[in-house]
Design a protein around this ligand. Structure first.
Ligand code: ADP
Ligand code: MG
Length: 595
């Protein structure tokens, strides 16, 4: 029927399902690797012990996934290709309780809509297997066949009927690297299962099942299979839980940073997820330790009640949302920092003794504990802020020292500061500790959070060469915000009236030269912002040097100030600030019986 303007209104019709599936497939199957992901997830959901994958031409010619899982009945073998056919959820309520990887029932329909699929499957209890061939969503054959128990899905020529999409595939190298990403993510998430990956007839990975009870041990064995024993052995384990969320996994040491940013494996309830915010949480735990263009390697598994996670926000289910995003962020950051603090930056000899992030107060909900962790992680050191007396000594004080005289502190070789703690002995590097304090103070001052300028009794006049003068001009506003108070005169003459507080004494005369020369040095070596560079430079040039005698009161103040830092464990350049030697280690060294 024509309307007033003579345009006939189009008639609505229902698309044939093959067309609808082809359109919807775009959401699920973006590239061969996404088809692989769905197939492997199905094999995992089917309880497979071994998953063998064969790929040809980066997946554009063939993706074959074989599993020894539960298999399907002949009816299900056909039904599984219909949209919204799933054995995994039945009711809307179950959407809040998802433990399987799949649940939408659209993966196979989508894959089959854009490729040529042959499925062979047999349940353990059946004598005969069943074969289904389906091209572009149209069933070509459905018949009994001989088949091993389990399921084999052979996907050929992805996007053969969607030329536009096929044209958008990237180079085989790129597509294959996506395939490897999927493979590794699944192989790491399921270390107790066997996996193999063959590309164009050549074996890329063959990973035997890693048996064992302990999740971290099993994971480490799998990491060693993939990344080498030497690399895997060095990784730091983490494990932490509150009654809202728990985490375990492995993170790399500062010196194990990788060039590839892909080796960051993060899982939520066993599902590999891509979350900018969570990646950031981990990265930020390494703050100050990551050189330019290097990325930490980590494999971290978070688990929490599925009711608190929404995995349904992305068609390929790789993005997640939590009902309490901030808490999860804070928890993750704190957990990684703690792992780094205990094992990497602070080489602890009693690594076997697991600590607890926060003692769980009886009767409090997990959520409030997580929030507590978050606020600690965001703004304070994991060691609560405070004075030496209540930081190092209150939670960790030797019984005999609790009351009475306070702690003994002594200096070793004018370079280290030693002090007993409840669990043994703590040794600080005086210079690294002072650098950390000055660095954080500098950042706080630049950011306007504290004012820490100290006027000189006698202004210092000095001359800058043309190169330093140019740098000085460039940095002048930053220098001022850092607590320098400097006037410039003609001919390269500058007069320093004030400088940041707390720098070692005797530096007044040289401070500007030292800071500028550190700054240039850093600028050559690393890519950091001027703000960061300047903070590091001031810390480095202003810190007390090794070989300087310190009075007990100075040492006490140093320790107090150190433990008010956000990260008391590492110097700005990533060196350890302190080490602890446990009583157990001392006993062991002296060949005494273990406790
Ligand atoms: P979903 O995984 O979301 O349920 P899929 O389209 O991926 O949807 O799969 C549909 C159904 O086919 C699954 O629910 C499952 O019952 C069955 N299925 C798929 N792959 C396998 C497999 N490898 N082994 C056994 N059953 C499978
Ligand atoms: Mg699925």
């Amino acid at each position: 029927m024509a309307n007033e303007r003579g345009v006939s209104s189009p008639r609505i019709h229902v698309m044939p399902s093959s067309l609808a599936n082809k359109i919807a497939a775009g959401d699920v199957v973006a590239r061969p690797a996404s088809a692989l992901k769905e197939l492997v997830e199905n094999a995992l959901d089917a309880g497979a012990q071994n998953i063998n994958i064969e790929i040809k031409r980066a997946g554009s010619q063939q993706i074959l996934v074989r599993d020894d899982g539960c298999g399907m009945s002949p009816e299900d073998a056909v039904r599984c290709f219909s949209r919204h056919a799933t054995s995994k959820i039945r009711t809307a309520a179950e959407l809040n309780q998802i433990w399987t990887l799949g649940f939408r029932g659209e993966a196979l329909a989508s894959v089959a809509a854009v490729s040529q699929v042959t499925l062979k499957t047999r349940r353990q209890e059946d004598h005969q297997g069943h074969l289904v061939r389906i091209h572009g969503g149209e069933i070509q054959a459905s018949e009994p066949c001989a088949a091993a128990a389990g399921t084999a899905i052979d996907v050929r020529n992805v996007f053969y009927n969607v030329p536009a999409r096929r044209a958008f595939l990237k180079s085989p190298a790129t597509e294959f690297s996506h395939i490897v990403d999927i493979f590794l993510a699944q192989a790491l998430a399921n270390p107790r299962l066997g996996f193999s990956l063959v590309h164009n007839g050549a074996e890329v990975h063959r990973l035997a099942p890693c048996p064992g009870e302990d999740d971290n041990r099993v994971l480490r064995a799998r990491v060693e299979q993939i990344f080498g024993t030497r690399y895997g052995r060095q990784l730091i384990p983490l494990r932490e839980s509150t009654n809202y969320i728990s985490a375990y996994g492995l993170v790399c040491r500062a010196e194990q940073m990788r060039r590839s940013r892909k080796e960051r494996f993060l899982y939520v309830n066993g599902r590999s997820v891509r979350s900018m915010s969570l990646q950031h949480a981990v990265m930020s735990a390494y703050e100050g330790l990551v050189p330019h263009r290097r990325y930490p390697f980590f494999v971290i598994f978070l688990s929490l009640d599925p009711r608190h996670v929404d995995v349904n926000v992305h068609p390929a289910k790789i993005e997640v949302r939590f009902d309490s995003d901030r808490d999860v962020y804070g928890f993750l950051r704190a957990v990684v920092r703690k792992a780094l603090g205990s094992a990497d930056l602070v080489p602890q000899f009693d690594a076997a003794r697991p600590g607890t992030l926060h003692p769980r107060a009886p009767g409090t909900s997990g959520l409030s504990i997580t929030m507590q962790v978050e606020s600690d992680a965001g703004r304070k050191p994991l060691v609560p802020k405070g004075k030496l007396s209540d930081v190092v000594y209150a939670p960790d004080v030797a019984e005999s020292e609790k009351e009475g005289a306070g702690p003994q502190i002594w200096q070793l070789h004018n370079e280290y500061i030693c002090t007993p703690i409840r669990t043994g002995l703590m040794i600080l590097d005086q210079r690294a500790a002072h650098e950390r304090i000055l660095y954080e103070r500098a950042l706080n001052t630049i950011d306007g959070r504290t004012v820490a300028s100290q006027q000189l009794l006698f202004a210092e006049t000095t001359n800058l060469d043309p190169r330093d003068l140019a740098l000085f001009d460039e940095l002048h506003p930053l220098l001022e915000s850092l607590g320098f108070n400097i006037d410039k005169y003609s001919g390269g003459t500058v007069v320093v009236h004030g400088m940041p507080q707390g720098l070692r004494s005797g530096l007044e005369k040289y401070v500007l030269h030292e800071v500028l020369s550190e700054y240039k040095n850093n600028a050559d070596k690393m890519r950091v912002s001027p703000r960061e560079n300047l903070a590091r430079s001031v810390a480095r040039s202003g810190a007390i040097k090794a070989g300087t005698a310190m009075a007990p009161e100075e040492m006490r103040t140093l320790i107090d100030e150190l433990f008010q830092c956000k990260d008391p464990y590492s110097s700005p350049s990533g060196r350890p600030v302190l080490i602890r030697i446990s009583k157990e280690e001392l006993k062991r060294r002296f060949s005494k019986a273990p406790l």
